[in-house]
Ligand binder design. Structure first.
Ligand code: GLV
Ligand code: GLV
Length: 323
């Protein structure tokens, strides 16, 4: 019997084709939406699937894992894999893979776009133009904030965080500081970025704080009201990592009270919902979890998912074990 794969929602065809081309039996969910747990369990009972391709919107918990005793690999179409009970998967000897690296430049570009848009008030300006109330040039209209020579502070110096620093420091003449549980002296030397021993030091000194940590129990609400109050009142907070890293209700209060100047967010604590009041604030920019959503990157992510599944189907090591 052919090695069978269940894909929880249509991903770019490049990935599906690559798996079918080598003879894998690929079923894609017929619904182009997130499946409920009940629906997913029902779908997974249709065949003794050998592989599962999941999305970051699928919660793969112990119940799901118990329903797929034949599955050897769960290939997550995302760099983050906080949606998968990874220890439970390990216990069952299921390989979990993700899609690192290929999206780092893209997510970093989106992060820079958010930083520029909030500092230069691009979205507010766009809104004003569309409202038909542009009075003509004014000396003091929509004054923004310069970024060159300001300090960007990165929390989480992985591939994405490093790339953001590279773009901000090399491209836009910003100064860089970072905190990570692991110090990276190579990047410090290459970019001249300065390591801070605690996240608090980064929060106190940075003009722009950008979050690039994975979502773990230790990073949930890393940014809470206490830490927000350590930031400069002139500072911006940017998040393209995972929503729950910020206490979103506390952020709404901080933005309302002028504790910080603004925020630009691509991810939210309870997607697709927003914390009450967030959407009414003018000092915030919101994008719908699209930081990796370019054609090139999403195609490459789909191909990567396929490479991992194909490797396991051929008894080889998967190239992108989630870690
Ligand atoms: C997107 O959020 C990802 O983890 O790939
Ligand atoms: C993601 O790839 C990261 O390491 O930041």
């Amino acid at each position: 019997m052919a090695f069978s794969v269940y894909v929880t929602r249509a991903i770019p065809e490049a990935g599906i084709e690559a798996m079918r081309k080598v003879g894998l039996d690929v079923d894609v969910s017929p619904h182009d939406r997130v499946l409920t747990k009940k629906e997913l369990l029902r779908e997974l009972k249709k065949k003794p699937y050998d592989a599962l391709v999941s999305l970051l919107t699928d919660t793969i918990d112990a119940d799901i894992l118990d329903a797929i005793p034949n599955v050897k690999i769960i290939a997550n179409y995302a760099v983050g894999f906080n949606n998968i009970a990874i220890d439970e998967a390990k216990k069952r000897k299921i390989v979990v893979t993700n899609t690192p690296d290929v999206l780092s430049h893209t997510v970093a570009e989106h992060t820079m776009a958010l930083i520029f848009s909030i500092a230069h008030r691009i979205v507010e300006g766009d809104r004003l133009m569309r409202s038909g109330t542009f009075p003509g040039w004014e000396p003091m209209m929509l004054l923004g904030t310069d970024l060159h020579q300001k300090t960007i502070g990165v929390l989480g110096l992985g591939r994405i965080g490093s790339r953001v620093l590279y773009q901000a420091m090399r491209g836009f003449d910003m100064k860089g500081i970072y905190y990570d549980i692991k110090r990276n002296e190579e990047i410090e030397k290459e970019l001249g970025v300065i390591f801070k021993a605690t996240p608090e030091e980064v929060l106190r000194e940075a003009d722009v704080v950008s979050l690039h940590v994975p979502l773990l129990p230790s990073t949930k609400h890393l940014i809470n009201s206490e830490r927000l109050s350590m930031m400069k009142p002139s500072a911006y907070l940017v998040n393209t990592s995972r929503g729950p890293v910020i206490d979103e209700k506390a952020l709404v209060r901080a933005l309302k009270d002028g504790v910080i100047k603004g925020a630009a967010l691509d991810v939210f604590e309870e997607e697709p919902k927003l914390a009450p009041g967030l959407a009414r604030l003018s000092n915030v920019i919101l994008t719908p979890h699209i930081a990796s959503a370019t054609e090139e990157t999403r195609n490459r992510m789909a191909e990567m998912v396929a490479e991992n599944v194909i490797a396991i189907s051929q008894g080889k090591m998967a190239p992108n074990i989630a870690q």
